[in-house]
Design a binder for this molecule. Structure first.
Ligand code: BES
Ligand code: MN
Ligand code: ZN
Length: 477
């Protein structure tokens, strides 16, 4: 799976020294000769993110210096290892200097993660691509590989990389090949890999099993809607339930999106991809939780049998919902999944959804919005996000805005009556379907990285997955 990381440390590998500007002179003094001279003749000053290849006595590559500028003390500074992974010649490398000490193992793990993620490619539709695949094929002679010291938490790192690559692949795959059925297949394959149980309720069975809202949104597609239900772990462990929005394509429904608005809507199952990636991390790390993953998988399509503006929908919880806008479909499918998640009283429910454009207006692409009734949950996740450079930011479940969802004909409307606070009113709609908001965390994510950055290739991205994993681990392990 990981083609450019090796868990066998080899002291003969080419060293990479991360070095702060202030420490460069001392480093040069400790490494006199061609390496130090080469730094001077190239005016290398250890600016953050800049690197230089260093010659040995015979002129061959003897090491690499990676500038840390004034930094070097936090995870964000180590994404630069991602640019090394793609820029250095094929061969075996190791991290040298302060980072190789056990005390710095979190930063070294982050450097390794950046290195591994830099190798991610979505090659499914490339008819001729010899770039490293990251899919298990042996590319080791073609790439710069990083070998890691014994103190590396290998299983955790492998889990993080697996989760990240899985989420990316699921999101990047176009809707033509990632419909509700294929998304369910991917979940079942993941369940099989880790000995989890999977159950999928398909099409009209959703009506028989009382998931009317999922059915209503998904019924207009030629590809039947479904609810994916995965369970893993010991029954007596604390229960953790993950819910992910699995809208495999969002046309907006009869309230059709514009061309620009529809363009990237293959990623509207980004919440499902994120929770599946997170589930992979949790199962790979064997965290002591009884895990459940619920994914309503639908396509929001236009057809004669599509749900309409003005329709009143039944929901699993029993609340009736007036459809103010068919493009606010995510909260409708999620409300049935949340009601089911709530029914066996888990210690924590986490849902992830590409729910609103408003959350992106508020916080941009990189920072998912989080909502919860628990101050501790919010603070913990934001703190872990800061440490791991995997951020999210809390917005309020501001109760006075609930009345914006009032309906004259039903218990509530699926959209608010005005243009403001769209992410908050969406979260308040969801809150109506959970009984204990302090045991619930809702994340409104973009599921996508718009621009290539070192260690963070552009495209589908399970944002905040590592921070969520750290939160679960801190609470339950
Ligand atoms: N999937 C979209 C939200 C979205 C759009 C996320 C663009 C990320 C990028 C969601 O189903 C949607 O269409 N939401 C509407 C809600 C509105 C109709 C109240 C939105 O945000 O415009
Ligand atoms: Mn929509
Ligand atoms: Zn959507």
């Amino acid at each position: 799976m990981i083609s450019n990381i090796e868990f066998n440390f080899d002291p003969a590998a080419t060293p990479i020294w991360p070095v702060r500007s202030a420490d460069l002179a001392a480093w040069q003094a400790a490494h006199p000769g061609p390496m130090s001279a080469w730094c001077d003749s190239n005016d290398f000053t250890a600016v953050a993110g800049k690197f230089i290849r260093l010659p040995g006595d015979d002129g061959t590559l003897a090491g690499v210096l990676l500038g840390m500028g004034e930094g070097g003390d936090k995870a964000a500074d180590y994404w630069a290892f991602g640019s090394l992974a793609n820029a250095l010649p094929p061969g075996l490398y190791r991290i040298e200097g302060d980072l190789s000490s056990a005390a710095q193992s979190d930063l070294a793990d982050h450097a390794a993660l950046a290195w591994a993620q830099a190798a991610y490619r979505f090659t499914r539709y490339h008819s001729n691509d010899d770039a490293p695949s990251g899919d298990g094929s042996d590319d080791s002679d073609k790439v710069a590989r990083l070998c890691l010291p014994e103190n590396t938490a290998a299983a955790a790192l492998q889990g993080a990389i697996k989760g990240s690559f899985l989420a990316r692949d699921l999101i990047n795959t176009p809707a033509s090949d990632m419909g509700p059925e294929e998304l369910a297949d991917a979940a079942v394959a993941l369940a099989d890999e880790f000995g989890a149980k999977a159950n999928v309720i398909v099409g009209d069975d959703l009506l028989a099993e009382n998931y009317p809202a999922i059915h209503a949104v998904g019924r207009a597609s030629t590809r039947a809607p479904r609810l994916i239900d995965l369970r893993w772990g010991e029954g007596d462990a604390p229960r953790l339930t993950l819910v992910g929005k699995g809208v495999c394509f969002d046309t907006g429904g009869l309230d059709l999106k514009s061309a620009a608005g529809m363009l990237k809507m293959k990623k509207d199952m980004g919440g499902a991809a994120t929770v599946l990636g997170l589930a992979a991390m949790i199962m790979a790390a064997k965290l002591p939780v009884a895990l459940r993953v619920l994914i309503p998988a639908v396509e929001n399509s236009v057809a004669g049998n599509a749900f309409r503006p003005g329709d009143v929908l039944a929901t699993r919880k029993g609340l009736t919902v007036e459809v103010g806008n068919t493009d606010a479909e995510g909260r409708i499918v999620l409300c049935d999944a949340l009601a089911e998640a709530d029914s066996d009283d888990p210690a924590l429910i986490i849902d992830v959804a590409t729910l609103t454009g408003a959350a992106r207006v508020a916080l941009g692409q990189d920072v998912p919005a989080i909502f919860t009734g628990s101050d501790d949950l919010a603070a913990d996740l934001m703190r872990l996000g800061e440490t791991l450079d995997d951020p999210s930011w809390r917005l309020p479940l501001y109760a006075p805005y609930k009345e914006r969802l009032n309906s004259k004909v039903a218990d509530l409307n699926n959209v608010s009556d005005g243009p403001m606070a769209g992410a908050i009113t969406a979260a308040l709609f969801m809150q109506a379907f959970v009984s204990q908001p302090d045991r619930w965390l809702h994340m409104d994510s973009y599921g996508w990285n718009d621009r290539d950055r070192p260690g963070r290739p552009a495209g589908g991205d399970g944002l905040a997955m590592r921070a969520l994993f750290a939160l679960v681990k801190e609470r339950f392990a």
